[in-house]
Design a protein around this ligand. Structure first.
Ligand code: FES
Length: 566
């Protein structure tokens, strides 16, 4: 706690507006929005929602924010809802839209920071639901360092078609099957029309559920926030409990920087590894750590991966969906199991005002007789984490691979270079993607893309075409949490900056080796130097607007793609 409880004014920020005689305009506006004289004494909590109607990840968040507000008001606080942007990756339609996705994380962080600081709110609740919204919200909360809680909008329920459970990735994979002529037009339509049954974030252990689970483990959302599906009654109940939790945080002056510590970041990343989470978590935790003033490196993430077994059989590489976790005790039960076996730091503070260990006293025990989603530690799916940091002459400053072991630990093949994500879709439809190729998709990095697009469409299409275990893919872009297969992303330095990935030519031999953690381009140093001497940096695709600013400010993927550092 930051100060002695007896000295804390719960409205220590908002009182500047509500109590000082020199702020009549602000007070007039607050009376104008309906506050009473009594309300003017109360702490003010900004409720930041990324809700909007256009996609299922975010469509229900404004509604949840109303429940949050009710809980806040009934705890003697003032809740004031505001909105910020959110981009749904599932609706970005390839690079042109997708290049705005990762930048949106930092825009969300900037927006929440701006409103909460400018309007003198005493605390903030973020109600968020899609991949970038959560890290954006946490980055803002860390920068502001005022009492704060994140509410996850919740996972989606599964869709169904002809007895098959479906989710967003099913739609992309159906496209791959369409290219391979092994799905009828009727069934393709059936999958697309039934994959998404309503509100909620994509249902596997993709990026949204990865971030929600790990942020809960880090202590910044209430227990079970990541497990309740969006449409489950528990989600509304969670929202209503936020008021009491926020009051406690204000009274004890518990702020995000006390919760985001090296130990709690380790807890978060341990959950990412154990649950088989998204490679995007690497980017986002590098950035969250920096926002909290902690220098986390990709090599430290590798160390956590080395000591954490992959336990959960969740999609994309496994069988189950996040909604299935509810019946077995959810993320708290998994965290408890890991804590009892020494993988989780129990002494970290959380938004309940209790430690991780104290929260877990109420969690269920995993029953290994009856449930098959989480494997026991003595029989893990993989003895170490699936996220691997690879270096080598093709990625001197690092890259991130997702290796579950199902596709093997080593891949050697011949380069098939695509200068743009769209080329692979075209190549697939012409039958030019062949077994034994290492597909290199470049100019997709944070500056070159710009915006470091996800390769969801290419990887899903490769899977759908039945080539998932026959080709590998490397890119300076990134992967959706829905990606599986032999894939290496975040290759740094990126092509736009003259990284070796810019110098690969069709037919070069490439080895991806997860056992030695090397990404190797089999050409001589002299040849590599010659190609570099011939290379010319392309002109940036954008010089103005969001993407122009992003190109000028974004750091490398190995530094979390942060935009607010020199
Ligand atoms: Fe929003 Fe998947 S696209 S959670």
């Amino acid at each position: 706690m930051n100060t002695d409880q007896s000295t804390i004014a719960l409205n220590r920020f908002s009182r500047t507006l509500t109590q000082e005689v020199s702020n009549p305009a602000a007070q007039a506006m607050l009376y104008g929005v309906g506050l009473t004289e009594e309300d003017m004494q109360k702490p003010q909590i900004g409720i930041a929602s990324t809700g909007y109607e256009g996609n299922t990840c975010n469509m229900h968040l404004n509604g949840l924010s109303v429940y949050v507000k009710q809980g806040i008001q009934s705890s003697g606080l003032i809740g004031l809802i505001f909105n910020t942007i959110g981009v749904s990756d599932g609706m970005t339609n390839g690079n042109d839209g997708m290049r705005y996705s990762l930048p949106s994380r930092d825009l969300i962080a900037d927006s929440i920071e701006s409103v909460v600081a400018a309007q003198w709110y005493d605390g903030v609740v973020t109600v968020v639901g899609c991949d970038k919204n959560m890290p954006g919200a946490i980055m803002a909360m860390a920068r502001l360092d005022r009492p704060g809680i994140m509410v996850y909008g919740g996972t989606i329920r599964s869709g169904h078609y002809k007895g098959q459970k479906l989710d967003i990735v099913s739609a992309f994979e159906a496209l791959g099957r369409k290219y391979a002529n092994n799905i009828s037009d009727e069934d393709f339509k059936g999958v697309v029309q039934n994959a998404i049954p309503g509100a909620g974030a994509c249902g596997g252990m993709y990026t949204a559920n990865t971030m929600a689970s790990s942020i809960e483990a880090m202590g910044l959302s209430l227990p079970f926030s990541s497990t309740y599906p969006a449409t489950h009654e528990g989600k509304q109940e969670e929202c209503k409990k936020i008021g009491a939790a926020m009051r406690l945080l204000l009274e004890r002056n518990i702020t995000p920087k006390e919760i985001i510590t090296r130990k709690s970041l380790e807890n978060a990343l341990t959950i990412v590894m154990a649950l088989g989470g998204s490679t995007n978590a690497v980017l986002h935790y590098l950035a969250i750590a920096r926002a909290a003033g902690i220098r986390l490196t990709i090599d430290e993430i590798q160390e956590i991966s080395d000591r954490t077994p992959l336990l959960a059989d969740l999609k994309p590489s496994g069988k189950y969906y996040m909604e299935d976790m509810l019946a077995i005790g959810g993320v708290p039960a998994v965290t408890k199991y890991l804590y009892q076996n020494g993988f989780i730091h129990g002494d970290c503070l959380t938004v309940t005002g209790k430690t991780v260990a104290e929260n877990l006293e109420e969690a269920a025990d995993l029953n290994f007789e009856t449930q098959k989603i989480v494997f026991p530690l003595d029989k893990p799916i993989k003895p170490t984490g699936h996220i691997q940091i690879l270096r080598g002459n093709l990625a001197p400053t690092g890259s991130v691979a997702k290796i579950t072991g199902k596709e093997g630990l080593k891949f050697e093949g011949v380069a098939k270079v695509c200068e743009h994500e769209s080329e692979i879709i075209e190549a697939l439809s012409k039958g030019e993607i062949l077994p034994g190729q290492v597909i290199v998709i470049r100019n997709a990095g944070p500056k070159g893309g710009p915006g470091m697009s996800e390769m969801l469409k290419p990887t899903s299409a490769i899977m759908g075409a039945g080539l998932g275990d026959k080709v590998a893919l490397i890119t300076d872009g990134r992967f959706s949490g829905g990606t599986h297969g032999f894939v290496v992303g975040h290759v740094t330095p990126e092509a736009f900056e003259g990284g070796p990935i810019a110098l690969v030519q069709n037919g070069d031999r490439i080895t991806i080796d997860a056992t030695t953690r090397e990404l190797t381009l089999h050409i001589s140093d002299e040849e590599l130097a010659y190609r570099k001497s011939e290379w010319q940096q392309p002109a940036p695709l954008f010089t103005k607007g969001v993407l122009g600013k992003y190109i000028r400010s974004v750091k490398s993927a190995s530094e979390g793609c942060v935009t607010d550092e020199e």
